[in-house]
Design a protein around this ligand. Structure first.
Ligand SMILES: Cc1cc2nc3c(=O)[nH]c(=O)nc-3n(C[C@H](O)[C@H](O)[C@H](O)COP(=O)(O)OP(=O)(O)OC[C@H]3O[C@@H](n4cnc5c(N)ncnc54)[C@H](O)[C@@H]3O)c2cc1C
Length: 393
């Protein structure tokens, strides 16, 4: 749903300018330095990028799912690490609060997340609990008006620099699955919470990912999202459900950019006396890539519109995430092929994006977990029995 076409047009034009003039010239340097310059983060704040999905009442732009998809497609045509810097705030790290927070929690945190004063993170994964997220072991034990948390989280985007942590912990040890889990809002300076250094990783350099440690971390019971113990996994699934549409949009931007880069390279690189763009086997890689971009874009926008109209898109969101992330991988692989040996060299966009998009098939539900969700829902719908408790993240 597009609520304000001219406002959206202006917003997308601003983002396009930011991508072209600020982000793309810095991409290669950030891949080397592993850090986004603070001046760029400041520009993101000034552009309102941290608050796109947060309701206007709390200082955000209150974009619909369709509007947010278009923004995500635009912003991710530069290295996706830029979006990763503010993406938590306008996605997974604010969505739990937006959907299930109390009025007091929203008033305390959402304006600061929307402005980018605070950076949020979403801490669900543990060493022994990845796809099987309901098996998490971090525990929160009630002590009067407080809970005491012990455990650790791994692979948490922005943990090394975050100010606000949404931590998922088991509050009821007698309920081993989803039902005993609660979501806690914990501020950085809370005694007992600490973070590890940023891990070295394959791609998305400049987006710090690391551990979160909780050692006798004491928080008031009012820190539970919605002040409702036992609802944490439902909250996580609501946030992830929306985030899957966001993430699918973030897979399309790099693929669009890579099609542009393939066309540019194929038009200038000559072999056997002709630009390689003249060869039909090269054209096939460009044609297949652009077709897949269009297919993903159509699927994601249709799903976003259905969500905006109040439809249940649980299965479609999985389809979007699975199809768009696999599509981005195929397009990136073809881009390396079109670039030839240069595509394997770290100085080219094909090499960098090939590494950057690999993670899209892994986080926020691996391809296999989405395949399971889609198959289960498809079969249940055909059998007329759609009562599904999702357990995978
Ligand atoms: C860069 C990065 C950033 C991340 N950021 C965050 C974050 O901010 N917050 C957060 O909470 N987490 C984050 N994660 C964690 C991410 O969500 C998990 O890595 C992901 O859910 C997969 O879990 P796992 O790594 O434990 O893999 P596993 O669950 O161990 O899976 C390993 C393999 O087994 C397959 N598999 C597992 N179960 C099944 C099954 N039932 N059927 C078929 N195949 C199966 C998987 O598909 C995969 O191929 C991040 C990860 C990365 C790499």
């Amino acid at each position: 749903m597009i609520t304000d076409p001219s406002g959206l047009h202006a917003l997308l034009a601003n983002i396009r300018r930011f991508v072209l003039e600020t982000c793309i010239p810095l991409e290669a340097g950030i891949d080397q330095s592993d850090t986004i310059p603070e001046a760029v983060v400041q520009e993101m704040r000034a552009l309102g990028l941290f608050g796109h999905s947060i309701p206007q009442a709390y200082g955000g732009a209150g974009l619909t799912a369709e509007e947010l998809t278009l923004v995500n497609i635009e912003v991710s045509q530069a290295a996706t690490v830029f979006r990763a810097r503010f993406g938590g705030n306008t996605g997974i790290a604010s969505e739990s609060l937006v959907t299930d927070g109390t009025e007091a929690q929203k008033a305390r945190y959402l304006p600061r997340l929307a402005s980018g004063e605070m950076t949020g993170c979403f801490a669900l994964t543990e060493t022994e609990s990845g796809s099987d997220a309901t098996s998490l072991r971090t525990e929160a034990v009630r002590d009067g008006d407080h809970y005491v948390l012990n455990g650790s989280k791994c692979f948490i985007t922005n943990a090394p620099l975050a100010d606000l942590f949404t931590v998922f912990a088991r509050t009821d040890p007698d309920k081993p699955g989803a039902h005993g889990i609660s979501a806690f809002l914990i501020e950085r300076d809370t005694p007992g919470l600490s973070t590890g250094p940023a891990e070295r990783k394959m791609g998305q350099h400049g987006s710090p990912v690391g551990d979160v440690y909780l050692k006798d971390c004491r928080v008031p019971a009012s820190a539970i999202v919605g002040e409702m113990p036992g609802q944490g996994f439902k909250t996580a699934m609501k946030a992830l459900n929306k985030q899957r549409i966001n993430l699918a949009g973030l897979c399309i931007g790099p693929a669009i950019r890579l099609v542009d880069e393939m066309v540019r390279y194929a038009g200038t690189r000559e072999q056997f006396g002709h630009p390689i763009a003249d060869y039909q086997l090269v054209q096939q890689m460009i044609a297949d890539s652009n077709t897949e971009v269009h297919a993903a874009r159509a699927l994601v926008l249709e799903t976003a519109r259905k969500r905006d109209n109040g439809g249940d898109v649980t299965m479609e969101a999985s389809m979007c995430k699975m199809f768009a992330s696999e599509m981005a991988g195929r397009v990136a692989d073809r881009a390396v092929q079109v670039f030839g040996g240069s595509g394997y060299m770290a100085r080219t966009v094909a090499e960098r994006f090939f590494r950057d998009v690999r993670v899209f098939r892994l986080y926020e539900g691996t391809t296999q977990i989405h395949q399971l969700n889609i198959a289960r829902r498809t079969m249940a719908a055909r059998a007329g029995a759609l009562d599904i408790a999702e357990s995978g993240q």
